[in-house]
Design a protein around this ligand. Sequence first.
Ligand SMILES: [Zn+2]
Length: 411
Amino acid sequence: MNFHDLRVNADRLHASIEEMAQIGVTNNGGVTRLALSEEDRRARDLLKQWMIDAGMSVKIDDFGNMTGRREGTAPLAPAMTGSHLDSVRRGGKWDGALGVLGPLEIVRLLNEHDIQTARPIEIVNFTSEEGSRFEPAMIASGAVAGVFSREFVHSRVDQNGVSFGDALQQIGYAGEAENRPLHAAAFIELHNEQNPLLDDADLPVGIVEGIRGITWWNVAVTGESDNGPTPMTHRRDALAAAAEIVVGVREIAQQTGDGATGLVGRLRNEPDLVNVIPSKVVFSVDFRHQELRVIDQMIGQLHELIDTVKERHGVEIEAEQLWLSEPTPFDSTVVQAVEDACQSSGIPAMRLWSGPGHDAKYMQAVCPSAMIFVRSHRGKSHSEDEFSAPDDVEASVNALLHSVLAIASQP
Ligand SMILES: [Zn+2]
């Protein structure tokens, strides 16, 4: 058999995704499988059994990250792939699970065809990617990358006061620090897109070049409360001033183009009464782009707008940065390996950047990394309406298969 003609067993792949989706299934066909919950334990037990059945060894690290390993023929660093089995409340069945079960199908296929690779192949199930129960998101891959300390991670508490460390013990998945998924030759994460770019382009698969940067700002506008009949010339209306900035944030992103986004998602108005001029408005600003330079440029324009609005309305405005997540470009060699894999196996694909964060963002700090996306119908995710078509899912796992084979075959 020609190597390039190798294709995953789609029926077996879909059956595994469906079986996993029964753990924590919701009334509308979604999934609720919060990190380190009883559902998460059952999902882990099933994955572990499937890995052992596929001849893999399974290791657990001190954050509960699970790594299944298929040995290679040479003493080389592994080709690593993986994602997460936890979900948000009422999430979809592909988010995360595809990036764990797709690789499992690849190992089953290689076993079936008795194909040995030079490098070992490792599959990781990262703990608590979503951050729905324990914040922040991607905490366990972040810990592997050294961004969060073990103490920080284990002391996170859920809304019932249960700590990450205790929950990990309770479900029996507290392992050893020496089992952390470090030392890979490369890491590739397969995930559903969670955005509509592939759907708009009518393509099944995306070659992800990196994860876009995000910055959050807090803007506080202070004016003066006064009665409704106050003449228009005598007002210091905080809401009228804020409104100009809200519209401006949208315009800044639109004028920047090139995929830039801007959003005001939270706004508080005081005193919020029908006949009183607002004295204080506090709102958030969210800007995203793949280049830090462009994010900085949008923030610069926001400050210029603030100065203009201050003068026009006679109000005070304070703006402070709450959070900055810098853009993470993936490794160009790994991205190229994914592109080559798509081309050589005839899978229609395009390059794009990820809006949401993923475990691969932190893994890029550990080893050369990249991602593969499968089309999300209308971009929906973190919802029971999440859907990726079976043919698309199959194509994306075939793209991963050939990417992983290329890396695992390298001396
Ligand atoms: Zn996910």
